[in-house]
Design a binder for this molecule. Structure first.
Ligand SMILES: *[C@@H]1O[C@H](CO)[C@@H](O)[C@H](O)[C@H]1NC(C)=O
Ligand SMILES: *[C@@H]1O[C@H](CO)[C@@H](O)[C@H](O)[C@H]1NC(C)=O
Length: 224
């Protein structure tokens, strides 16, 4: 059996069902979420001595550890403002820079709020993106372009796992097939995310009669 290439396409792959951790998802407009994001963003601005302040642009995702009122996980987007950091203004009082000059960023933060002390403990990672190119025409035609992404990413492996499961369930082959190699992974940003992943699968020594799904003992067999 010759190995062959399959194409997987997946839209907006940000479902929570693959996440077994005991989190509860919160509404991004929840006042507690705003407090957590505010604390995280103030910390981010406070830690940078130079450049301008960033202001909140959008809360992407918010959850907290189930049963806890103080432990938050938030993902939010920020945009550069016209306020210099040393002005010490509140970010809420700062206007965004014009789009052609504003840096943007995305932060993932873990925030522990201490409501009695009115303090917070923030662990976060922010990625800042450079100013968008000035030639908006190029940008417009390129919305929807595919960009290569790392084939090691957890999104890619989760998509592939599901795609191969689906393939095995529906194929007419007597044996289960298994991933051999990821050839290429690309992402397209449109209204959501489209992934295109090219990968190679090979027949294993587990027959569908004996096995419902792939197990570690299923090894690929090289024939032909
Ligand atoms: C809040 O901070 C105080 C003093 O640092 C501490 O004693 C208390 O346990 C904290 N509360 C929470 C919920 O972490
Ligand atoms: C498949 O092959 C591996 C290694 O050769 C072996 O350990 C395993 O038991 C085999 N599985 C089946 C279902 O024959």
């Amino acid at each position: 059996m010759k190995p062959f290439i399959v194409l997987a396409l997946c839209c907006s792959f940000f479902s929570s069902k693959a996440n077994p951790l005991p989190f509860e998802f919160l509404d991004c407009d929840d006042p507690d979420v705003f407090k957590a994001v505010d604390a995280a963003l103030k910390k981010y601005n406070g830690d940078r001595a130079t450049d301008n302040q960033f202001a909140l642009y959008m809360v992407m995702e918010a959850k907290r550890t189930a049963g806890s009122v103080t432990q938050f996980y938030v993902k939010y987007r920020i945009k550069e403002t016209i306020c210099a950091t040393e002005e010490n203004k509140l970010w809420q009082d700062c206007d965004y820079k014009v789009p052609a000059e504003a840096k943007t960023g995305e932060c993932t933060a873990q925030v522990h709020m201490n409501n009695t002390e009115e303090t917070s403990n923030v662990l976060q990672d922010c990625k800042i993106f450079p100013v968008a190119p000035k030639i908006t025409l190029t940008k417009a035609t390129c919305l929807g372009c595919f960009h290569p992404i790392s084939s090691d990413s957890s999104e890619v492996s989760e998509i592939l796992k599901q795609a191969i499961q689906k393939f095995n369930r529906h194929s007419t082959e007597p044996a289960l097939f298994k991933l051999v190699e990821i050839k290429e992974a690309k992402i397209q940003v449109v209204a959501g995310w489209n992934y295109i992943i090219k990968y190679e699968i090979k027949e294993t020594n587990c027959s569908k009669d004996q096995f419902q799904d792939l197990t570690p003992e299923c090894k690929t067999i090289s024939r032909g």
